[in-house]
Design a protein around this ligand. Structure first.
Ligand code: ADP
Length: 451
């Protein structure tokens, strides 16, 4: 501060000294003339500097600050410093705002800022996708007039910030949204709209699955329970009758056992930590064992043919492949009436390994084909049950094949029969050496050596 006063005071003192010297040497007229001249000069200079200052203040961003010496230079310098500081904080604020804008645009959830009157202050682009709001057009609009669903109005009025509202998107009825209100600031609210369509779908699948399993278990349990009651109430039942009841009970118990086995297999296949352990799978030998299995299931009711056109093996999990191909074979036996023919064939087609099971059974209408691998999907529920089906066989097949990068191809015509083919990609194929061919790979339930 002292620096500011020092210069004008010293100039004033010098002027006064000169005026006194003039007065003493040349008389008071000369001194007065000198002082008047100095004052006129100071006034003109001040006017000039004020003019420059006002011009600069009109447009400080574009015009460079005036360059002056003395106290005016000091004032200009300080003003310029102030202006530079303001400019820096403005640009910091702008970049923070830009960052916020970018982040808000990248957020996948719809976000709407409402003021105390529930008017839209701001909304992000995702709110257009989910709620149909337009960030520019709808600014200042009352949210309750834009989203008029009665449930939403109730939700707004309740102002219960712990609650979430689940509703369909007003833009797309296939999309399910979870809405949440979050209060902030003085009286503002943030409305967040999250897409929970996938979660809902998984939840619905889980509910369906539990309902299906319960339904599948209820029938055999009711039957077994009923027979137990009958046997308990009538201890003197003739031996042949009670034998029949025991057989039926055993039948239903086995059905439950199959269902649980299939459920466990599916759950094991689905568990994330269940990684595939690759091993060489001797498919010709496995095919031979599957043929034997088919014969035992068929009990002479069908003609079973095995056709091995390739000596190739597979790389994969023997247990899983055996279970998948076994399901195809067992389905062919179960859905082919007596006297029919079942053909198992292993061949290589365009570097891909194809294990095909062809039957002359009842066949499947085209509209069912895309859904056959869904859990518990059956074309004919009672036929499946009669033959001991669980409705999970093809779901297991699909899982196993997917884990082996393979696919299931189905060709079928009602009344003519079906071909279910497991098609393995070239990277899963293995061409064994003569030494390997000699090695017999043991696998569970193998009833006959390779022929
Ligand atoms: P299931 O235990 O009921 O056989 P799957 O998942 O193995 O269950 O098969 C699903 C449905 O596909 C079966 O219920 C049946 O309607 C149909 N299906 C499967 N294989 C054949 C086949 N070889 N011939 C005719 N229909 C079949």
């Amino acid at each position: 501060m002292m620096g500011f006063w020092w210069r004008p005071l010293s100039v004033l003192a010098s002027v006064m000294l000169v005026a006194l010297m003039l007065w003493a040497g040349s008389g008071w007229v000369a001194a007065l003339g000198f002082l008047t001249g100095i004052q006129a000069f100071v006034m003109l200079r001040r006017l000039w500097q004020e003019y420059r200052l006002s011009r600069w203040l009109e447009n400080p961003d574009e015009v460079t600050p005036p360059d002056a010496g003395g106290s005016w230079g000091d004032i200009f310098y300080r003003l310029e410093k102030l202006q530079r500081r303001q400019r820096a904080s403005r640009s910091e604020l702008t970049s923070a705002l830009e960052q916020f804008e970018h982040a808000a645009q990248a957020v996948p959830d719809g976000m709407v800022i409402l003021n105390g009157n529930e008017q839209i202050d701001w909304c992000n682009p995702a709110s257009r996708k989910y709620l149909g709001l337009d960030c520019v057009r709808d600014r200042g609009q009352f949210i309750r007039y834009l989203l008029r669903q009665a449930h939403f109005i109730e939700f707004l009025d309740a102002a219960d910030y712990s609650r979430r509202m689940v509703c369909k998107s007003p833009i797309d009825r296939e999309t399910t949204l979870s809405l949440q209100l979050v209060p902030f600031g003085e009286d503002k609210k943030l409305l967040v709209a999250r897409d929970i369509t996938d979660l809902e779908r998984v939840d619905a699948m889980r509910r369906d699955f539990i309902a299906n399993v319960s339904h599948e278990l209820r029938t055999p349990l009711t039957v077994v329970g009923g027979f137990v009651e009958t046997l308990a109430d009538a201890p003197d039942l003739p031996a042949s009758e009670s034998r029949r009841y025991f057989d039926l009970m055993l039948d239903h118990t086995r059905r439950m056992q199959h269902l649980l086995d299939d459920l466990l297999t599916l759950s094991r296949l689905e568990s994330a930590d269940h990684t595939l352990k690759d091993e060489p799978v001797n498919v010709p030998e496995l095919a031979q064992a599957l043929k034997t299995e088919a014969e035992s299931l068929s009990r002479g009711r069908h003609r079973i043919i095995l056709q091995i056109d390739s000596g190739a093996w597979l790389k994969g999990n023997l247990q899983e492949i055996r279970s998948a191909l076994g399901n195809l074979v067992s389905n062919a036996v179960r859905y082919t009436p007596e006297g029919g023919e079942i053909r198992l064939r292993w061949n290589v087609r365009a570097d891909e390994g194809v294990f095909a099971v062809t039957d002359t059974g009842e066949g499947i209408a085209a509209e069912h084909l895309p859904r056959l691998t869904e859990r518990f999907y059956r074309v004919d529920r009672s036929r499946s049950r009669e033959t001991g089906g669980t409705g999970l066989g093809l779901a297991i097949v699909k899982h196993v094949l997917t884990r082996h990068d393979a696919r299931l191809e189905i060709q079928s015509a009602p009344g003519k029969g079906s071909t279910f083919s497991a098609v393995f990609p070239p990277q899963r194929m293995q061409h064994p050496s003569a030494a390997e061919r000699e090695t017999v790979i043991p696998f569970p339930g193998r009833t006959q050596a390779a022929g």
